[in-house]
Design a protein around this ligand. Structure first.
Ligand code: IPE
Ligand code: IPE
Ligand code: MG
Length: 253
């Protein structure tokens, strides 16, 4: 077979860095370690989350500088609702603040902001802020920032299956036509390339339900740094590591 790559694996077109290494077109980050960062300093977890928002600002800037087209960050998982109500309230408060304070700068920098995840569980004022931010930045194309909120990869896959089943039941879709491409069109990320590089900070080596379908052929880089300490330089380290990897997509290499 001459085409070993499944048609549904949306291969990112990687560009080249000044030093010759490949720049991933789509970087996804599991921003982990805020709580441990705060604990190590005897501070409340919420301070760690606040510093985490600062790290996101830095990384967004660096991503644009390095020529990354898509940056997707895991901000709050569908499982994070299990945390104590005070922490959830703090996180939602920070999210409100981020959406209010950052949007002007995000827009000015030509960044398109999108949110993926189950919005039903978010409060109505946050949903409104998200919708406003998405509308305001819809015409921007320098960098696509996607924030996963109340997001779970399995829930996303189940929802796609449900939509396809409904279409089949209604007679508008022949089950024979359900292939990987059709499935993918029902995911939140239908119009994005798959992530080339997934970074997880804080030393944990797991996916925690992030972009399960989309990361089928992503390169993973696990870093010990806690997310609030993460800098543009750390992003560069991960990108350099990515540049040295050989991606085979199942082919002989
Ligand atoms: C990541 O940091 C942020 C969220 C999950 C919202 P954590 O809050 O998970 O920090 P640790 O893993 O407890 O250190
Ligand atoms: C994953 O981190 C979710 C986010 C970074 C938003 P968690 O801290 O929730 O993941 P686990 O519990 O260590 O797997
Ligand atoms: Mg964590």
């Amino acid at each position: 077979m001459s085409q070993p790559v499944s048609t549904a694996v949306k291969v990112g077109k990687t560009s080249e860095a000044a030093d010759g290494g490949a720049i991933p077109r789509h970087v996804a980050i599991i921003m982990d370690g805020n709580g441990r960062w705060a604990k190590a300093r005897g501070l409340p977890r919420t301070v760690g989350h606040r510093e985490g928002a600062e790290a996101l600002r830095r990384v967004l800037r660096a991503s644009a500088e390095f020529g990354v087209d898509y940056l997707t960050v895991f901000g709050f998982s569908s499982e994070n609702w299990k945390r104590p109500p005070e922490e959830v309230t703090d996180l939602m408060g920070l999210l409100r603040l981020y959406l209010r304070q950052e949007i002007a700068e995000i827009d000015e920098k030509g960044v398109r902001l999108r949110v993926i995840g189950n919005r039903d569980r978010l409060s109505s004022d946050i949903i409104q802020l998200i919708e406003e931010a998405e509308r305001r930045t819809a015409g921007n194309s320098r960098l696509n920032l996607t924030v996963a909120l109340s997001y779970g990869g399995r829930a996303e896959i189940v929802s796609a299956a449900q939509q396809l089943a409904k279409a089949a039941q209604a007679g508008s879709l022949d089950p024979e036509d359900i292939d990987e491409g059709a499935f993918q069109r029902h995911l939140f990320t239908s119009d994005m390339p798959d992530p080339d590089l997934v970074i997880r900070t804080s030393g944990e080596k797991r996916i925690s339900n992030f972009l399960l379908w989309q990361s089928a052929y992503a390169e993973y880089v696990f870093m010990d740094k806690l997310w609030p300490d993460f800098s543009g330089e750390d992003l560069k380290i991960a990108i350099t590591e990515f540049g040295g990897r050989k991606r085979r997509y199942g082919a002989a290499g």
